[in-house]
Design a protein around this ligand. Structure first.
Ligand SMILES: [Zn+2]
Length: 55
């Protein structure tokens, strides 16, 4: 597996693995070659919104 996300055990936004776990992020925009800092997350994604906006 990749070590790119060593501090995060959640699949990248829009990835097939993430979608399979309930990710609602845009799949068409977040391609496998999309840089991490350009990945888009959906405001209602339960997987990624939670981490990006801790409160
Ligand atoms: Zn997501």
């Amino acid at each position: 597996m990749s070590d790119d996300l060593d501090s995060i055990d959640v699949p990248g936004p829009g990835s097939a693995a993430a979608v399979d776990q309930g990710c609602l992020c845009p799949v068409l925009i977040n391609g496998p070659s999309t840089p991490a800092n350009q990945l888009l997350t959906a405001p209602d994604c339960p997987m990624h919104t939670e981490r990006l906006e801790p409160r």
